[in-house]
Ligand binder design. Structure first.
Ligand code: BES
Ligand code: MN
Ligand code: ZN
Length: 491
């Protein structure tokens, strides 16, 4: 979808989109021909339309100064119009245009909506996302995506242009992350993700380190190696470095993502239909790649180290086995008592490697536990950490970006549950394993963060959805990306 400006309303067979706030319609549309305000007066007098958020009227108009069709969309009350509502309404417009098979449209941007134009554009741009890139001439249908939207507005061009530019970056990156997460592991495998990281490094001039099987063996990254043991493909540990702070020596924030390209559960094989979704178990790493796609473009004023811990939790005669005791990169020994608790094992090595950069703080992001979904449901990612301030800031960033988190506890007893009789720690609790699963997963990771400030984001509840938000589609959501970007921008 291309969005650009026009100074006058082009007439023709396309659709004119007119978003209006609840209440005082006339004032909002004063820049448009009278016909529009007359129409609005009529439908509001007849109580056919009041401007509530998401309310729609789609009709033909006869006026030589206007396009052939008209889509009126309610923005809700002015005082409630924020980033989230703007993004939702943008998406409602985008989805309606698609249903109406509108290839072209002109959207009027009311002056009173200008502060959240970015959200509206972003919603528009991502609303028509489709998972059809692998359909071919045999079955590919015309998907009715809108090709062109012209913005007509009295708002200063500079402001709208800036909003539009940011919205495009956000939408492109959101699509990039969603594609990585939505497409399966025979395509998005460890090699694929390594290559993406290399491309991103090259495009942006970032420093990058890539460790594959040989190097991981030499450095004794026993966690990543054990999880990947039964895979035909090589594991990977990728480290990207961005220096955006004024002081290039400022300590970086390390962001470590889980990158399990497929999680069969290993010998503790996943049963039921749930396994099918496990190509999405690299969503944490996809967020790390997405962030590095935008850090430089958005001129983020921080030093950031991004780590992707990549492996496939496959199964076969080579699999790591329950009762195995492995030595992690940090030297910590781990009793494997559940091969399906693999995310924490690769993250342990990822975190240990990030310490080399002497980070100011560490963030781990992972589809770590099914338990987080049970605990807080599909609208929140779980936030667990050792620093209250950092966690509050992430929660606040999440609220501002409509990418919500919710705090979960780290009680000393949950940490104790990860102790082992035969090794330093174990990767799963035994005695009370049906409770506080997300906290205990995090407690395992905490053993590797040492004394650093750290927060863990469990996106297993949000990374993939069958209950999409108004601006989402089924499948991947890119959750965590918006929260972390806002965090890096503001805190
Ligand atoms: N990748 C899964 C977690 C997951 C579940 C992500 C559902 C997305 C949707 C993770 O590796 C896993 O299997 N976790 C186990 C942990 C348990 C063995 C302690 C789980 O949640 O059952
Ligand atoms: Mn697992
Ligand atoms: Zn997993």
């Amino acid at each position: 979808m291309i969005i650009n400006f026009e100074n006058k309303i082009t007439t023709g067979k396309h659709v004119l989109v007119v978003p209006v706030f609840e209440g005082d319609f006339k004032k909002d549309v004063k820049e448009l021909p009278n016909k529009i305000s007359e129409f609005l007066s009529k439908i509001s007098e007849n109580k056919e339309f009041s401007g509530k958020k998401g309310e729609k009227i789609y009709t033909y108009i006869e006026d030589k100064n206007l396009p052939e069709k008209l889509l009126i969309v309610g923005l809700g009350k002015k005082e409630n119009f924020k980033y989230r509502t703007a993004k939702e309404v943008g998406a409602i417009i985008g989805k309606q245009l698609k249903v109406s098979k509108a290839k072209e449209a002109t959207m009027f941007l009311p002056a009173a909506a200008k502060n959240f134009a970015e959200g509206m554009f972003e919603g528009l741009l991502i609303s028509q996302y489709e998972i059809d890139k692998l359909k071919t001439k045999f079955t590919k249908k015309e998907n009715n995506q809108t090709e062109k939207i012209r913005i007509f507005t009295s708002v200063e061009k500079g402001l709208v242009e800036k909003s539009l530019e940011k919205a495009k970056i956000m939408a492109d990156t959101s699509e990039y992350i969603k594609d990585l997460v939505n497409y399966p592991s025979n395509i998005i495998d460890t090699d694929y993700l390594v290559n993406e990281a290399k491309k991103i490094a090259k495009e942006n001039g970032y420093k990058i380190e890539v460790f594959r099987k040989k190097e991981l063996t030499n450095m004794k990254a026993g966690g990543i190696l054990a999880v990947n043991q039964a895979s035909k493909k090589e594991p990977g540990l990728v480290v990207l470095e961005y220096k955006g702070a004024k002081n290039k020596d400022e300590k970086p924030i390390a962001i470590v993502g889980k990158g399990i390209v497929f999680d069969t559960g290993g010998l503790r094989i996943k049963t039921g239909p749930h396994m099918d979704e496990m190509h999405q178990d690299m969503a944490g790493s996809a967020v790390v790649l997405g962030l590095f796609k935008v850090l430089k473009k958005l001129n983020i004023k921080k030093n950031v180290v991004g780590v992707a811990a990549l492996a496939e939790n496959s199964l076969g005669s080579d699999s790591y086995k329950p009762s195995d005791i492995i030595t992690m990169l940090s030297g910590i020994t781990v009793e494997i008592n559940n091969t399906d608790a693999e995310g924490r094992v690769v993250l342990g090595d990822g975190v240990a490697y990030s310490l080399k950069y002497n980070p100011k703080s560490i963030i781990t992001i992972a589809t770590l536990t099914g338990a987080v979904y049970v605990a807080i449901g599909h609208r929140y990612s779980g936030l667990i950490g050792n620093n209250g301030k950092m966690r509050s800031e992430l929660l606040q960033a999440g609220r501002e970006a409509d990418d919500l988190g919710w705090p979960l506890p780290l009680h000393p007893e949950y940490k104790k549950a990860m102790e082992s009789k035969v090794a330093d720690i174990r990767n799963n609790d035994k005695e009370t394993q049906s409770i506080a699963g997300s906290s205990k997963g995090a407690a395992f990771i905490e053993k590797f963060v040492d004394k650093h400030d750290w927060c863990h984001i469990d996106i297993a509840s949000t990374a993939f959805t069958d209950i999409p938000k108004p601006y989402e589609t089924m499948g991947a959501t890119a959750s965590g990306f918006y929260m972390l970007l806002k965090f890096l921008e503001k805190y």
